[in-house]
Design a protein around this ligand. Structure first.
Ligand code: NCD
Ligand code: ZN
Length: 344
């Protein structure tokens, strides 16, 4: 196959940041995706509908003229979020989900939740108003091995949550393990998962290939090959509970190449093309459209896009770095080839 035309996809997990650096990365996403679920982990985080509205305006302002893109906003859950914010979020029409981060799990998550049970009243309100809960599904218990954080989260927190709130729509974001894929497959359709291109393309060896590789450091961490294989099976299965979410998370080069480097991989510049590589290698290119363009809007109860996008099987070389405001950004596959490209 040399051409692949799909209904235009959406990205159901994206970090756009803010200001100049947002302006630098936004066109990469808008060129490929009609909509994206925008993560709220700014500094300070987006915790109110008013902040989400203002952030949404800044995103639309930063969009180059002639480009179409719809940011789907989220709120950052806190233990002190008033219950009334949930009703407001539903009524706003612009906030599409609330994001749970365990405190100190990842970039800017110092405002996250220390005890998930304190949020049960908020989950009840979200269930009542039918607002999805998005989860960074990792425990931060220092006695739990970092590679086991997701599996333990499922056991300790997610399983009880699914029991307690059978009507709450939930997305386990950026899943990385066979345990997560199996859990989502075996629970009813109110529990879904996003899968990133990097967790489909790489196992944890990538972090240590002939030296320490900070540009492969993201959270949740890359896992063993058997887990990568399980994610490929899930993504290409046609099961509507699995859909595209890049978790493209830019950081300036110096913040990655540092004694205490930031977590996050930038993939927006080639996101759909990289997924196409994975699906092609799995012999499942016919499953890409549903994963990228149907399952997400169906879960979020939004219309599927109507226009299309065409990929061409033609290699191109990714730049070794991209400009990122006053800094530089090292994209995934920097200086190397990607097998698919967007049609002109
Ligand atoms: C994300 C970021 O940099 O904002 N980093 C990452 O490794 N994925 C935060 C997150 O989604 O955990
Ligand atoms: Zn993320």
């Amino acid at each position: 196959m040399t051409h692949l035309t799909l209904i235009r996809p959406d990205d159901w997990h994206l970090h756009l940041r803010d200001g100049d650096i947002m302006a630098a990365v936004l066109p990469d996403t808008a060129r490929r995706f009609a909509r994206a679920i925008i993560m709220p982990n700014l500094k300070p985080p987006v915790t109110t509908v008013e902040q989400a509205r203002a952030y949404r305006e800044r995103i639309l302002q930063a969009l180059p003229t002639g480009m179409q893109f719809e940011p789907l906003m989220t709120l950052h859950l806190t233990e002190t979020m008033p219950l009334t914010e949930i009703a407001k979020a539903k009524a706003s029409g612009i906030v599409h989900a609330v994001k749970y981060y365990p405190a100190d799990a990842t970039t800017n998550s110092e405002f996250g939740v220390t005890d998930i049970r304190r949020c049960y009243p908020l989950f009840a309100a979200m269930e009542q108003h039918d607002i999805p809960l998005l989860m960074h599904g990792e425990v931060t218990d220092p006695t739990v091995d970092v590679f086991d954080r997701e599996a333990i989260f499922i056991e300790r927190h997610l399983a009880p949550l699914v029991q307690a709130f059978p009507g709450l729509r939930m997305v386990l974001e950026h899943i990385t393990t066979s345990a997560a894929a199996a859990f989502v497959r075996e629970t009813p359709n109110n529990v879904a998962a996003t899968i990133t291109p990097h967790h489909l393309l790489f196992n944890r060896n990538a972090l240590f290939e002939k030296g320490l590789r900070p540009h492969y450091y993201c959270l949740p961490l890359l896992k063993r090959e058997e887990h990568r294989q399980a994610l490929i099976v899930a993504a290409t299965s046609g099961n509507p509970s699995f859909f595209l979410g890049t978790d493209s998370a830019p950081h300036p080069r110096h913040a990655k190449e540092s004694a205490c480097g930031c977590a996050g991989i930038y993939s927006a510049h080639a996101a759909l093309e990289l997924y196409a590589e994975v699906f092609e290698q799995a012999g499942a290119l016919d499953k890409l459209e549903a994963f990228a363009s149907f399952h997400g809007p169906d879960f979020y109860q939004l219309p599927r896009n109507r226009d299309t996008l065409t990929l061409v099987r033609k290699e191109w070389t990714v730049a070794s770095e991209l400009s990122y405001g006053a800094d530089m950004l090292v994209p995934l596959r920097a200086g190397a080839e990607v097998a698919w490209r967007l049609a002109e």
